[in-house]
Design a protein around this ligand. Structure first.
Ligand code: GLC
Ligand code: GLC
Length: 822
């Protein structure tokens, strides 16, 4: 069942009912000010850090779901309703929510009154702009009341939902004209405040939640709306809010547009206060000093008219069109072409937010993961290489001298998170992969020579390349009894906690360690080591370090041989060895006989290709792990908790790391299939998890059909096929890598661009566009036999062709190629 449709020409997903199977959300903002917005106008806003600078309040795990947001109430005669359906939930005559790239709009009507709402965060502005247009489509004049509502969060989102003994006494506001200012804690250590303004003179306002709602009412029926007048409340502790009441008379056919700005301001500590209260100012306590509002007024002025708003909106659209023009795909298969677009959008959003704030991540948990962001990079580096560079610098700055790394860091402070610490032994290798991806894309060899601190200590630095060298050697210096890398706390699978041995439910699986770590080994880290070696060796050579390059190639050969000897189970690659030296992911195991991760990295790195291992492993994936909704992470699921395995065995069968479909590593199999010469199998795997292909089963899948989710319940679960954790997941980047680099076959290399399309058989002709190091490539693909040989022809432009490698000439700016696959 479908709940909307892709409007391809508008580049929007149009949702036609507020009653989607779960809130279907979008993200606004691309720099520092961010908002989440659901298809019923729910969500929240924050600046830079979802935990430490939360601007509006959200209640997690609420019933019904998703009941706080930026809300509008419309009163027209006896009718009370909301353009986003919530919070009033009155039946609407029409409803539509459209999520676009960086913006969301609503278009609803009731009783001849139409409300259009446009929400976005303009580039270069610390504000969410909300433009509301009301149109009288009836034949009689209408007196319409519009009431706005946001609830402030007292900035620290964790403290805000736990520390009531303090927080119910600290709330402070100021009110001036159409603007309501949230100044809680500004008098002490905060140099920032938020505001909510409208470009009109309200006939009433509220800033105290209880006065607005009434003690016993919910957001669907505020007392002030039932009474027909605002309480004009001035918050004094408790829960400060911001609500405006506006009134207009609309003749038949007449429209009226209001602009609301939800803004954030930081002031210099020396310049925090205004010299004197402005005339007409109201504030919590008239004896207090008043905010310096200069920056807020400038923001309000910047978006004071619909014309200014539309100019900023056009800029935003042009910005996204630019970002999304660097890789384009036209195949005639609409669902595939949509993925090329929406997958890239999700990659940028995931990159911005890491795993912090979604409808499954509360924004008060972890910061930015070392391995997560190094992988997210792979999905955005062709769009925003400068920002990838900056983030890679920050990530590498949290590395320790021995090559290990903090597992996470906080975006606000950029410092390693000591609570979670280090010793996830795969982390260092992801840095090599991320930096390799960046240097291949940008050609910026100089980055390898930049000085980067260890553990954020500016007095202790080494070149970026030296960081990579230590990452690479960290693996070699930490080998276990079978000659495979020691796993530490976990590898990519955060739940394979082989040194944890926890029997206390109060322990965190990720930080509890009861073993010395000298035995448990990861086959996956061994395979990653082999997989990243070509990148590492190439970067050595860029710096003239031929000896180190040869050393690495030799080390990778030995590691691959070791995997064949101690990491192969006969029909598939083993997953790991536990602390006792027992196999994990072997036919000898009762549960957890086969895992996806090592079949993915083993085949991506083509380990044991001369012995036929990759194809055997891929066939085993089909036989044991594949389902109609994607490939499960392992099989059979663990029925019992295994102290020697950790969190993986803690989940019920079919969920998360215990045999859910982890969409993050399905693309590893897709890539492995293509590398092993079976594009048709790759395509089948691709279509099973790509969200646009699942639109018709939205009732089963439940989450947004325009973005990937981290997990789909596996075959052992009652709710097989149901997705969870949409948006912020490494799934986005890896599926884009699978699509762009392997299915479309466009790969950035150190010397040029490789073009080797492996499109599905049903696509006979395709056009692929790619901007690479400033040169615009267009590839016309003629696809006669997807697994056949690829012949490249230069149609126009300055380039040399060497097999499937295109090396641009000195005058290249536009290059057109034909790729014959037959
Ligand atoms: C989550 C984590 C990621 C981890 C994966 C598997 O997606 O963000 O770091 O690799 O789960 O456990
Ligand atoms: C990853 C895993 C999750 C685990 C978490 C711990 O997100 O997906 O299962 O609980 O890491 O940090």
């Amino acid at each position: 069942m479908k709940y909307g449709f892709f409007d391809d020409s508008a580049r929007e997903y149009a949702i036609l009912t507020p009653k989607t199977p779960y809130p279907w959300i979008n993200y606004l903002g691309n720099e520092k000010f961010f908002s989440l917005v659901s298809n019923t106008a729910g969500g929240y806003a924050f600046h830079t850090d979802a935990r430490l600078r939360r601007l509006t309040r959200y209640r997690y795990n609420d019933i019904p779901l998703d009941t706080n947001g930026r809300y509008f109430y419309l009163q027209d005669g006896d009718a009370l309703w909301s353009p986003g359906w919530k919070p009033v939930k009155a039946d609407l005559d029409s409803y539509e929510c459209r999520h676009g790239f960086g913006y969301t709009r609503f278009n609803s009507s009731k009783n001849g009154l139409r409300a259009k709402v446009l929400l976005f965060v303009p580039n270069g502005a610390d504000a969410e702009v909300q433009m509301v247009t009301l149109t009288n489509e009836s034949r009689a004049a209408k007196d319409v009341t519009l009431v706005s509502f946001v609830e402030w969060c007292l900035y620290n989102a964790l403290d805000d939902c736990t520390n009531f003994q303090r927080n119910f006494s600290t709330g402070e506001v100021e009110i001036l004209g159409g603007a309501i200012y949230h100044k809680t804690e500004y008098r002490e250590r905060r140099n920032h405040y938020a505001f909510y303004s409208v470009n009109a003179t309200p006939v009433g306002f509220d800033t105290d939640r209880e006065s607005f709602l009434g003690l016993y009412n919910g957001l669907e029926a505020p007392q002030t709306l039932l009474d027909g007048k605002s309480a004009n409340s001035v918050a004094d502790g408790w829960s400060p809010i911001a609500s405006h009441r506006l009134r207009c008379t609309l003749a038949p056919g007449e429209s009226k547009t209001y602009v609301f700005v939800l803004g954030y301001v930081e002031n210099d500590p020396a310049d925090k206060w205004a010299p004197a209260p402005e005339p007409g100012l109201l504030q919590t306590n008239p004896r207090m000093r008043v905010l310096n509002k200069a920056k807020a007024l400038a923001l309000q002025e910047r978006f004071s008219t619909p014309e200014k708003v539309m100019a900023a909106f056009d800029e935003l659209r042009a910005f996204w069109d630019g970002l999304l023009s660097r890789f384009t795909l036209q195949t005639g298969n609409a669902r595939l072409d949509r993925m090329a677009l929406w997958n890239q959008y999700q990659c940028v959003v995931t990159y911005n937010f890491a795993r912090s704030a979604s409808y499954f991540e509360s924004g008060i948990g972890r910061g930015i993961g070392f391995r997560d962001t190094s992988q997210d990079m792979l999905g955005v580096v062709h769009q925003i290489p400068e920002r990838a560079r900056e983030r890679l610098f920050d990530v590498a700055s949290t590395q320790f001298e021995d090559g290990s790394a903090y597992h996470q860091f906080q975006p606000l402070t950029k410092r390693g998170n000591a609570d979670i610490g280090s010793h996830f032994n795969d982390d260092p290798l992801w840095l090599v992969l991320g930096v390799g991806g960046y240097v291949r894309e940008s050609g910026d060899t100089g980055f390898l020579r930049v000085q980067v601190p260890f553990d954020n200590d500016a007095s202790n630095t080494a070149t970026m390349f030296e960081h990579l060298r230590r990452s690479y050697h960290y693996t070699l210096d930490h080998l276990g009894p079978h000659g495979l890398p020691l796993i530490g706390r976990a590898d990519w699978n955060d739940c394979l906690n082989l040194n944890c041995f926890s029997t206390d439910p109060n322990d965190s699986f990720q930080t509890c360690t009861n073993k010395d770590g000298a035995n448990a080994e990861s086959v996956m880290i061994a395979q990653m080591f082999v997989y990243v070696t070509p990148d590492y060796a190439a970067m050595c050579r860029l710096l003239g370090l031929e000896d180190e390059a040869r050393f690495a190639e030799d080390a990778a050969k030995k590691m691959a041989k070791q995997i064949c000897e101690t990491g192969w189970d006969g029909e598939w690659y083993l997953r790991a060895y536990d602390d006792f030296g027992h196999k994990i992911g072997s036919k000898e195991c009762e549960d957890g006989k086969i895992f996806i991760e090592t079949q993915g990295f083993g085949t991506m790195a083509q380990i044991g290709a001369d012995r036929g291992y990759p194809l055997k492993a891929l066939d085993s994936v089909k036989k044991h792990l594949d389902t109609q909704y994607g490939i499960v992470i392992l099989d059979p699921p663990y029925r019992d908790y295994h102290v020697e395995l950790g969190e993986v065995s803690s989940y019920p069968p079919g969920y998360k790391e215990n045999a859910g479909v982890f969409c993050h590593n399905n693309p590893w199999i897709i890539i492995g299939e293509i590398r092993s010469g079976r594009p048709a199998d790759a395509w089948e795997h691709y279509t099973k998890i790509a969200p646009s292909f699942l639109e018709d089963i939205s009732d089963i899948h439940r989450l947004e059909p325009y973005v990937y989710a981290q997990m789909v319940a596996g075959k052992a679960a009652r709710r097989h096929g149901e997705a969870k954790n949409s948006w912020l997941t490494g799934t986005a980047a890896w599926n884009f890598v699978a699509l762009s680099q392997w299915i479309c076959g466009i790969r950035a290399g150190y010397d040029g661009l490789t073009v080797e399309p492996r499109l599905p058989a049903e696509v006979r002709h395709a056009t692929i566009g790619r901007v690479f190091r400033g040169v615009k490539y267009t590839v016309e693909v003629v696809n006669e036999n997807p697994a056949g040989a690829v012949t490249l022809e230069l149609v126009s432009g300055d380039a040399a062709i060497d097999g499937t490698l295109v090396v641009p000439g000195p005058t290249a700016d536009v290059i057109t190629l034909r790729a014959l696959v037959r």
